[in-house]
Design a protein around this ligand. Structure first.
Ligand SMILES: [Mg+2]
Length: 271
């Protein structure tokens, strides 16, 4: 599932970590009003739709360049995240705004296998296949969600919906110990393929160099790698949750909604 950075100390508490994302303190069933504007934008704005098309249009262009350059005939791959990259889980976020329980609700949601595809995602993935580029889905959903996840992807028309193209969080054989880091699973794909592109809504979907957000929310790593965005890294918009929230909440778990609001306000700039 969609998880925040899993730091070493959190790794020790896997049971909690696997159920949590940055929306900490969500198990009380209290309405998460902080989410209202973000989810409204994600579900209703035409800008959101345009941004996804923009991302997948650039991805297609980069894919074409890579395929045309591949004179050696290497096996090429695109690595994609699932949640808020290929599938739209915003209806689950709606349930949180309405007071739903995060931990129970997430598994209920993925079990339904009813998430819609994001704009442009299915066309891009099928285009990749038509050009003989394999898609690998690297997700922090867990192994209990494998079956329904593959079913959901297949239901909406994605290609490569087979076990060997889905790498979930519990694929420990590829892990370096930090189960939410995708680095080990990317390395696994890279053993037999050249990864030409990575798509995600979270910087951690691209490289481990973005995982540490303790200083300036991790922006230095983005500055250092600015040339890679729109080239090898295609980032898609997700204002609803993400690893970016963690530093805003001072890495604290189980905060009340009031405390979260207070912390968010305390970090706003006025100049
Ligand atoms: Mg995601």
């Amino acid at each position: 599932m969609r998880l925040p950075i899993l730091t070493t100390f959190l790794a020790a508490n896997l049971l909690i970590s696997c159920q949590s994302k940055s929306q900490t303190g969500t198990s009380t069933g209290k309405s998460q009003d902080n989410l209202l504007l973000a989810v409204s934008w994600y579900q209703n704005s035409a800008e959101m739709t345009a941004l996804y098309y923009q991302g997948f249009n650039i991805a297609r262009q980069r894919l074409n360049e890579a395929v045309d350059k591949n004179e050696a005939g290497k096996s090429l791959a695109v690595v994609v995240d699932i949640d808020e990259t290929m599938l739209d889980n915003s209806p689950f976020e709606t349930t949180l705004i309405k007071g739903g329980n995060f931990q129970k609700g997430w598994y209920e949601w993925t079990k339904k296998a009813s998430a819609r595809a994001l704009p442009g995602a299915v066309d891009f993935a099928n285009y990749a296949k038509s050009r003989k580029v394999e898609i690998f889905y690297i997700t922090n959903r867990d192994s209990s969600e494998r079956k329904s996840t593959l079913q959901n992807l297949e239901n909406v028309g994605f290609p490569y919906t087979t076990d060997d193209h889905l790498l979930t969080r519990n694929d420990m054989s590829y892990s370096t110990g930090n189960t939410s880091s995708k680095a080990g699973r990317r390395a696994k794909v890279a053993e037999k393929h050249e990864i030409i592109l990575l798509l995600g809504d979270n910087l951690n979907d691209f490289s481990e160099i973005f995982e540490d957000r303790h200083v300036n929310n991790g922006k230095e790593a983005v500055e250092k790698n600015r040339e890679s965005f729109g080239k090898k890294f295609i980032i898609l918009p997700n204002p609803m949750y993400g690893a970016w929230e963690k530093p805003l909440y001072d890495y604290k778990e189980k905060l009340t909604e009031d405390k979260k609001t207070e912390l968010l306000k305390s970090k706003l700039r006025t100049d």
